[in-house]
Design a protein around this ligand. Structure first.
Ligand code: F6R
Length: 246
């Protein structure tokens, strides 16, 4: 596991974007796994800049997102579909036919999850999976206690997540109770992992992930078993690490 500590969020974002861009240049038809959330936003902005100013070409890139809320249409402003288009896909030349995001409106959820896994395999697996991390050590929607071998599936959101999300919705019954998420096992099959974290709020989770024992209590700790995992964090997120890193 390579741990890279950057001065601040901007430097973390640029270093992350460089990893993605060098893969896209080396393998134009690579398969990228994307995450939502606030952490990768700076990296996505930098990728947009590289596309606009340097001609970084995404036309052959295949994408798979980690997760999506159940019951939200792709056009819903809180959906992860909407997030990806508004924060990245609209501004780069990715081919919509190659974009995959779990469908929160799927009628047969189990069949959809199986299809999603099958699609990842058909494209030869994910070359580089981008990950954020929850303050409680979750990756994608794999909350503490998730099976470390899990596959793409439906998960019940924790009461805390439902409460936290309520502010984004007009009515309480609109707040999603479930999400579709790649499993920990699915994520671990990616050829490379790139986990980003920023801010003191992530320091405990990063300490557990980098230096703690592997445990389903912190699903992110499983990345210790991945052969090609890079963790790029800022100083604040690194503040509880005991060893010295780059
Ligand atoms: C989102 C996802 C989540 C986030 C995590 C951190 O697709 O997979 O696990 O990466 O909740 O979120 P932020 O970046 O908002 O702190």
């Amino acid at each position: 596991m390579l741990v890279v500590i950057k001065e601040n969020y901007d430097d973390m974002s640029k270093a992350g974007a460089q990893q993605v861009a060098s893969l896209v240049r080396e393998k134009p038809d690579c398969v990228l796994g994307f995450a939502t959330g606030s952490t990768p936003l700076g990296m996505y902005r930098e990728l947009i800049r590289m596309h606009t100013e340097e001609g970084l070409d995404f036309s052959k890139v295949v994408t798979f997102n980690l997760d999506e809320y159940v019951g939200l249409r792709p056009s819903h402003k809180q959906s992860y579909h909407y997030f990806m288009y508004e924060n990245l896909f609209k501004f780069i030349n990715v081919d919509q036919r190659y974009v995959h995001i779990p469908m929160g409106m799927a009628e047969d959820i189990d069949a959809h999850c199986a299809w999603y896994e099958q699609k990842i395999n058909e494209f030869g697996g994910i070359d580089l999976q981008i990950l954020g991390i929850g303050a409680n050590g979750h990756i994608a929607f794999n909350e503490p206690g998730s099976s470390l071998g899990s596959r793409t599936r439906i998960k019940t959101l924790s009461a805390k997540t439902v409460r936290d999300n309520a502010r984004f919705f007009k009515k309480p019954d609109e707040v999603p109770r479930y999400a579709l998420t790649m499993g920990v096992g699915t994520i671990m099959e990616a050829k490379r992992l790139l986990l980003l974290a920023s801010g003191a709020v992530k320091a405990d989770a990063i300490k557990a992930t980098v230096e703690g024992p592997i445990t389903a209590k912190y699903p992110a700790t499983i990345v210790q078993l991945h052969r090609y995992a890079t963790i790029i964090i800022d100083k604040e997120a690194s503040s509880k690490l005991e060893e010295t890193y780059l």
